[in-house]
Design a protein around this ligand. Structure first.
Ligand SMILES: Nc1ncnc2c1ncn2[C@@H]1O[C@H](COP(=O)(O)OP(=O)(O)O)[C@@H](O)[C@H]1O
Ligand SMILES: [Mg+2]
Length: 297
């Protein structure tokens, strides 16, 4: 961990952090308030030739030259990959600046799902299904192009009550053999934590954690350290909702969360990646539930 920051914690930046972010000018960009600082990047709101945007650029305070160069390459890679993609639920690139390495993105309206769920605690099933259907469609779009996001979690989704948008492609790559450990501690699929052959099913796990959190108000796993997803199974989501809200009464929980939806979420969190549904299947099932008007609102 560098400079006291941990990319996984979505730390609130201090005033000091704002002062040196973006001190090196980027032609055409008027930087505004700092939104987020992670290990490798600072993300600010700003104006790009008059247009409201978000700019993500390599942190200027990374002292080690190789590390700074690596972080810059990562940001350019993220931009080049995003430029190949066009989907309503995937963030769009406005421009890519090479020096200093900066990614200029559309400003997506709304809040991160992490902040949204902190405020609201949970979402009605029908709203979670709509959000899930949009994101599953985005994942299907990526997976058909042989791209694995690898960091699907509430902090990497922006939502304004209508449109849910997947952001933060800095870990995205093609499925296949990879080293373990990349991703966010409590959200990464077990096989991604362990390393080995990682398939598109790892993103389904990530979306499963988001839906589990949205409908039950609780994360599937919690522990202050380590990787509980390697050694424990999450409590089935209906059971978790029943305990959290209805004194353990499953029937009352099922009025909020029909068992078809609950079973789908539980399947998305199967330890065995082969047992998880595909993005296409998740999108289809959720869209049908929304259309059939079977979910509580
Ligand atoms: N296009 C965007 N529109 C609005 N907010 C954004 C956008 N991109 C990023 N953000 C905000 O900045 C934060 C960090 O961006 P992200 O791409 O996740 O960076 P990092 O790789 O540092 O985690 C997000 O959690 C979100 O709150
Ligand atoms: Mg992020």
């Amino acid at each position: 961990m560098r400079g006291g920051y941990d990319s996984r914690m979505d730390t609130v930046p201090s005033v000091d952090a704002v002062a040196h972010a973006f001190s090196e000018p980027v032609a055409g960009l008027e930087p505004g308030v700092l939104l987020h600082r992670s290990r490798h990047a600072d993300t600010v709101r700003g104006r790009w030739h008059g247009l409201e945007v978000v700019a993500k650029r390599v942190r200027e305070d990374i002292a080690d030259d190789d590390e700074r160069l690596g972080a810059g390459h990562g940001i350019l890679r993220e931009g080049l990959l995003l430029r190949r993609i066009d989907h309503p639920s995937i963030v769009r690139v406005v421009d890519i600046v090479h020096q200093p390495a900066t990614l200029v993105l559309e400003l997506v309206p709304g809040k991160s799902m992490r902040d949204e769920l902190k405020l609201r605690r949970r979402m009605p099933a029908v709203e979670a299904a709509r959000v899930g259907a949009q994101l599953a469609d985005a994942l299907d779009h990526l997976h058909r192009r042989w791209i694995l996001h690898r960091d699907v979690k509430p902090a990497n989704i922006i939502y304004d009550g209508y449109r849910a948008v997947l952001i933060d492609f800095h870990l995205a790559k093609e499925p296949g053999a990879m080293r373990g450990g990349a991703g966010t501690r409590l959200f990464a699929a077990p096989e991604q934590v362990q390393g080995g052959h990682v398939t598109t099913a790892a993103d389904i796990w990530g979306l499963g954690t988001v839906l589990y959190r949205a409908v039950s108000g609780r994360l599937p796993f919690h522990a202050d350290t380590g990787h509980p997803q390697l050694t424990t199974r999450p409590v089935p989501v209906l059971g978790r909702l029943a305990t959290a809200r209805y004194g353990g009464d499953l029937e009352r929980a099922e009025q909020d969360l029909p068992s078809d939806f609950a079973m789908l979420i539980d399947r998305m969190l199967s330890f065995d990646p082969d047992r998880r549904p595909t993005a296409d299947e998740v999108a289809g099932q959720l869209a049908t539930m929304v259309d059939d008007d079977v979910l509580a609102s």
